[in-house]
Write a protein that binds this ligand. Structure first.
Ligand SMILES: Cc1ncc(COP(=O)(O)O)c(C=O)c1O
Length: 414
């Protein structure tokens, strides 16, 4: 007789529901499916040879130290490099502001661990990155959706919305996951001003910033906040917590991310991280540092940008060619995703069933919303499939849209 585990789980596991994306990724692994579902980088931009060379350098130079336990805060040379790079925008970042995390996903989880308790509100851009919602939902947080348009988060009602007293506001300013849109400069200034007045911290999740295909970089919310507070010599002590990662510019498999925050926040996060994993992989941090220090990273990013720009353009052209005229989509200036809006009555979940039968996959948009909206939306990843497969996949999806999709209400009645 198997052991009865169900009665042993803590009540919070009921809030840990699976992510639609992860289930779909399983399906996307089948080679005959053209998947626009996951957020996977292109496999041909993952630098296996350079990592092999860097591994040899590290083991030759540091020997067994590369295999030893390390500090919870992270590998000091890597923290110093990040502090130096982030300071270039005129933000006074020191190592005391930097925590290395096991992917930026761990940073999001640790923020939940130190800030979120039962019934706490978190304001989130809507739609937003579902694994952040998953992380904070496990700490029994509740979500306050802030709507967004082509120019990012809509701030008209923000002051009133923040009156509910959320623990923090979660924002993805660049090439947002899932919509691919970027928060415009004026709104950035405004967002920081309103949040500061309301006393609400901002969590700025920014893994896609360097994947910019055109246009100029816009200031980080972190930089705007630092400027507003006055830049001094000492560590940054403002109200923005900045999260980023080597996943999209180097390798998601090495699991190295980072977080910038006021030292008093870093100290709490370090305690929270100790009980989670003691520290992020020493060797993988050394890898990230080696590839950054030697200048490889700076040379590699344009290769990724070039490949992804081409794939975005191929997908946009295929969408124009194959999708019906009453369907709309975003035109991202970078990142990894295009967001598609079907006419109101259409249900992307129904469409997915039909698409899978034609061996093409995407993520229905409802899973990115906290308020039950978005049934008529879907997310397409344009970085993982080759240009040929993108053309073929969008053609298949266009066929499904034109032939198979029925208005939701009609299909229910039928
Ligand atoms: C917005 C956003 N934040 C965080 C992550 C987590 O990335 P990682 O843990 O690999 O750094 C992702 C991954 O897709 C993401 O899209």
């Amino acid at each position: 007789v198997p052991f009865d585990w169900e009665q042993k789980f803590a009540s919070r596991v009921d809030r840990m529901t699976g992510s639609a994306i992860r289930d779909l990724l399983r399906l996307a692994e089948r080679p005959d499916v053209i998947s626009f579902a996951g957020g996977l980088p292109a496999v041909d931009v993952l630098p296996a040879e350079e990592v092999e060379r860097a591994s040899q350098r590290i083991l030759r130079n540091l020997g067994s130290w590369a295999l030893q336990y390390g500090a919870t805060e992270g590998y000091l040379p890597l923290r110093e490099w990040i502090a130096g790079t982030m300071s270039q925008e005129g933000i006074p970042i020191t190592v005391d502001n930097v925590l290395i995390t096991t992917g930026s996903q761990q940073a999001l989880d640790l923020l939940g661990k130190i800030f979120v308790g039962p019934g706490d509100w978190i304001a989130v851009e809507s739609p937003t990155y579902p694994a952040a919602l998953q992380a904070w939902s496990a700490y029994e947080g509740e979500f306050l959706p802030i709507p967004s348009d082509e120019r990012g988060m809509i701030l008209d009602q923000l002051e009133e919305q923040l009156a509910a007293g959320p623990k923090f506001l979660y924002c993805l300013p660049n090439f947002q996951n899932p919509r691919g849109v970027t928060l415009v400069a004026e709104r950035r200034e405004n967002l920081v001003a309103v949040a500061t007045r309301a006393g609400v911290p901002i969590v700025e999740d920014d893994p896609y910033r360097d994947l910019r295909f055109e246009g100029d970089h816009l200031p980080r919310l972190l930089a705007i906040d630092a400027q507003r507070r006055g830049v001094g010599e000492n560590s940054y002590r403002g109200g923005v917590i900045y999260v980023s990662s080597f996943s999209k510019i180097l390798s998601p498999g090495i699991r190295v991310g980072w977080l910038i925050a006021a030292p008093e926040v870093i100290r709490r996060l370090v305690l929270a991280k100790q009980s989670t994993d003691l520290h992020t992989s020493t060797f993988n941090q050394m890898l990230a540092y080696d590839l950054a220090r030697t200048g490889y990273l700076v040379r590699h990013i344009p290769t990724i940008v070039h490949a992804y720009r081409e794939r975005r353009d191929v997908m946009l052209a295929a969408l124009r060619e194959h999708f019906p005229p009453n369907v709309r989509w975003t035109h991202p200036q970078g990142g990894m995703f295009i967001w598609v809006t079907l006419p109101e009555d259409y249900d992307a979940q129904v469409l997915l069933g039909e698409a899978i039968a034609r061996k093409v996959a995407f993520v229905p948009g409802a899973s990115f919303h906290v308020d039950g909206r978005g049934a008529n939306t879907l997310r397409l990843n344009f970085t993982n499939a080759t240009p040929e497969r993108i053309r073929e996949g969008i053609a298949r999806l266009g066929c499904v849209l034109r032939e198979q999709l029925r208005p939701r209400r009609t299909s229910r009645v039928a």
